[in-house]
Write a protein that binds this ligand. Structure first.
Ligand SMILES: Cc1cc2nc3c(=O)[nH]c(=O)nc-3n(C[C@H](O)[C@H](O)[C@H](O)COP(=O)(O)OP(=O)(O)OC[C@H]3O[C@@H](n4cnc5c(N)ncnc54)[C@H](O)[C@@H]3O)c2cc1C
Length: 385
């Protein structure tokens, strides 16, 4: 993939925190399995030599650490892991409209929301600022923000997203993440600068704010109607209607297609070509698990992005629940796929989800604990391959 060839580790380490810096932009491809961390690292190492603690390898580690936490905690990641600066019930359970509509009057927040809606992506630093503002300035529960953000991101991943929100909130880390206008000015372009707004304060003041419950946390100049609103893209629990009709098989199943054959299932988290060891006559079928989509809607842009990638792999794309899938595949000789924690239980032979770091069996409470176990005795990144 062209984008992988453009990764420049030295630039990355120097500028990854800048909004215009050397971030790779690979996360939608990684989330949806078009490329794996192993493949990215192997490509990078064909051009550069990296030690294990290089910033790029370290950030890859965060992705796998969050998977590790999800594997051990399961649905527990959707609740606060431990108390944050204030009790859970202090925070509002709903994301206010002025944030959803990008009209808080605070440039860094409104620009983040607009960028998110326009592109389906957001720089890591902007995600941190947005989450910190939502939780610590507006005192909205991290879960409300996390559920909203994950639906609009092309790379929306339940572990990376919800656990990052917990990291910012201080319910999954030892302190809340706070930022101020000066910090934004160091890393973002001019139109994002937010001097003279509620975040133009010292860190001591922000800390005090985060730790004091307020009945009406501060808003920007929204109510005065001074800021244009961004239109939030609708969120869909099933594929857009024209996608379903353009690909007639998306909602149907066809027993004749699979009778006596090995079926290779592709799904939204494993959009890659089938393995080489499939027998002659195998058939590839794409499946959208309706149980997942019932709980976690996507923007139309994400449906189209994922479906375009799935269509490269198979013309057969089904949107259905596990029971219907089992019935539709009952006559197949064998069903294989790649495991992923986003999937419901499927009757299929599961191949392990790709991983870069060795499996850490013992649950780790912190990234540093996980990192020291996952990289024990390793000095060069190439040892991971
Ligand atoms: C509030 C919040 C929500 C987030 N939600 C998601 C999400 O839904 N999906 C998602 O993939 N990432 C999420 N992240 C992590 C991170 O912001 C994105 O992975 C990163 O911005 C993707 O852009 P990139 O590929 O250019 O990253 P790069 O900086 O180029 O990093 C390369 C890869 O390393 C991994 N990575 C880098 N930083 C992190 C990190 N902090 N945590 C986990 N993995 C990381 C990603 O796989 C990324 O693609 C979230 C972070 C925050 C603060």
């Amino acid at each position: 993939m062209q984008r992988v060839g453009c990764v420049r580790p030295a630039d990355y380490a120097r500028t990854r925190n800048d909004l215009g810096g050397g971030a790779t932009g690979l996360s939608p491809y990684l989330t949806h399995g078009l490329v794996t961390l192993q493949e990215v690292l192997s490509d990078v190492l064909s051009r550069d030599r990296l030690t294990i603690d290089h910033k790029l390898v370290y950030e890859f580690g965060w992705r796998e650490f969050y998977r590790h936490v999800w594997a051990h905690r399961g649905a527990g990641i959707f609740q606060s892991i431990h108390p944050g600066p204030l009790p859970d019930e202090t925070y509002s359970p709903q994301l206010p409209l002025d944030i959803r509509q990008g009209r808080t009057g605070i440039p860094v927040i409104d620009e983040s929301v607009r960028t998110l809606y326009a592109t389906g992506t957001l720089h890591n630093h902007a995600r941190m600022w947005l989450a910190s503002y939502v939780v610590h300035v507006r005192q909205v529960h991290w879960r409300a923000g996390a559920d909203w953000l994950v639906s609009h991101l092309l790379d929306g991943d339940l572990a990376s997203n919800h656990l990052s929100w917990q990291w910012v909130a201080g319910t999954g880390s030892h302190k809340p993440y706070l930022f101020n206008a000066e910090n934004v000015a160091r890393f973002a372009p001019l139109r994002w600068h937010s001097f003279g707004t509620v975040i133009d304060r010292s860190y001591e003041e922000l800390e005090q704010m985060a730790r004091t419950a307020r009945p009406q946390p501060p808003k920007g100049p929204v109510e005065a109607g001074r800021v244009d609103s961004a239109v939030e893209p609708p969120l869909l629990h099933s594929p857009p209607a024209d996608l379903a009709s353009a690909h007639a098989t998306i909602a149907n199943t066809d027993n004749l297609l699979v009778r006596g054959r090995t079926v290779w299932l592709v799904h939204p988290w494993a959009l890659r070509p089938p393995p080489a060891d499939l027998p002659d006559g195998y058939v590839t079928i794409g499946v959208y698990p309706s149980e997942y989509h019932r709980d976690w809607p996507w923007s139309e842009a994400r449906w189209r992005w994922v479906d375009a990638a799935m269509a490269e792999l198979t013309p057969h794309r089904w949107f259905l629940d596990s029971e219907s899938l089992g019935a539709a595949l009952a006559d197949a000789s064998r069903v294989r796929t790649v495991a992923d924690p986003h999937l419901p239980e499927w009757q299929a032979d599961l191949e392990p989800a790709p991983a870069l770091f060795p499996l850490v069996e013992r649950p780790c409470a912190s990234f540093s604990q996980w990192w020291s176990r996952a990289t024990r005795g390793v000095e060069q990144a190439e040892s991971l391959l």
